[in-house]
Ligand binder design. Structure first.
Ligand code: MN9
Length: 307
């Protein structure tokens, strides 16, 4: 199996949904169908068992099974990052070791949450996990959660195996400073889909997020337009994507992503409680909103939805 250097992990990377069946069991066959769709629609890599993947509703065994199933199916065609975050270091280490064995290209983790861990606790968490395997660690900072500030991120970034940062926020000044300070080979991924273009402008090497499960091709066009210097087109697509995202975010999230996949002709399976599963009838207003956005903006890119 091909292994990717962390500097090769870039572009548009879906934070994969975990696909369950009607009875809340993992659904390997639908998982592969969704992966094939993403591979056919320009996804540049995969980020498994993160918050979009409802990881905190899953057992350790289920997380490991998902990682193995996906990595085997992807079979080196694109890099795979495995989120191993938990609020127990020992559990994260177990997940990290399994990810390494399964053939992951990198691991990633949110900081421990729920209790107010000290900065030293959080630093030790990343040190202990990243030292437990021979894989690059991509730290996942959700700035809105207010758990890690710039000083702590810089301290963690000095750890040997820490090679990147997934940075989810609607402002990018701090992310841009960090990219400058930590150097070009320290990879930065913008995590807020509504702000992907801004992320690229502030130096992100890639974007990792939920909506790239559904419209990876539109985001690939945003990235390509940006890199070609076609800013009007990049801005048009990002604004359209934002209207689409904000219409979807009126519904339970990430539940609604499973329905959106279905509207693209892919069997996106189901989510697990306490997230809700929407019936088609629950989403008539969303279909109408998407049609309205498409018609008002003349956005033929939204024709991909059978609605
Ligand atoms: O970082 C995701 N963030 C969270 C990834 O789940 C907190 C994003 O992809 C958002 O889901 C997306 C919608 O707000 O930008």
């Amino acid at each position: 199996m091909k292994h990717y250097d962390v500097t090769e992990i870039k572009g548009v990377i879906p934070a994969n949904l975990t696909i369950f069946d009607e009875k809340e069991n993992l659904d390997d066959s639908r998982t592969k169908e969704v992966l094939d769709f993403l591979l056919d629609h320009d996804a540049d890599g995969f980020y498994l068992t993160g918050s979009t993947g409802a990881c905190f509703t899953m057992t350790m065994e289920e997380r490991m099974h998902t990682v193995e199933t996906v990595i085997n199916h992807v079979n080196g065609r694109k890099p795979v990052i495995v989120h191993v975050g938990d609020i127990g270091t020992k559990k994260s280490i177990e997940l990290a070791k399994q990810a390494e064995k399964a053939g992951a290209d990198a691991i990633s983790s949110v900081p421990p949450f729920y209790w107010k861990f000290s900065q030293d606790d959080i630093f030790s968490y990343y040190r202990d996990i990243s030292e437990s395997v021979d894989l690059p660690m991509i730290v996942y900072n959700i700035a809105l959660a207010g758990i890690m500030d710039e000083g702590l991120l810089q301290r963690i970034a000095q750890l040997d195996h820490v090679k990147g940062l997934k940075y989810t926020a609607r402002s990018h000044d701090e992310m841009g400073f960090l990219k400058e300070k930590l150097g070009k080979d320290f990879m930065i991924y913008s995590g807020c889909d509504e702000m992907a273009l801004s992320g690229f402008c502030f130096g992100a090497d890639g974007i990792i997020g939920s909506f790239y499960n559904v419209i990876p091709d539109i985001y690939k066009k945003i990235e390509n337009s940006f890199r070609e210097g076609n800013m009007p087109e990049a801005i048009r697509l990002q604004k359209m994507a934002d209207e689409f995202i904000f219409a979807c975010l009126k519904y339970d999230f990430p539940s609604v992503l499973h329905n959106l996949l279905r509207w693209r002709g892919v069997d996106g399976g189901y989510i697990r409680r306490p997230f809700c599963n929407y019936e088609e009838d629950d989403l008539q207003a969303l279909k109408e909103a998407i049609r309205e956005i498409r018609d008002r903006l003349g956005a033929k890119e939204l024709d991909v939805f059978e609605i």
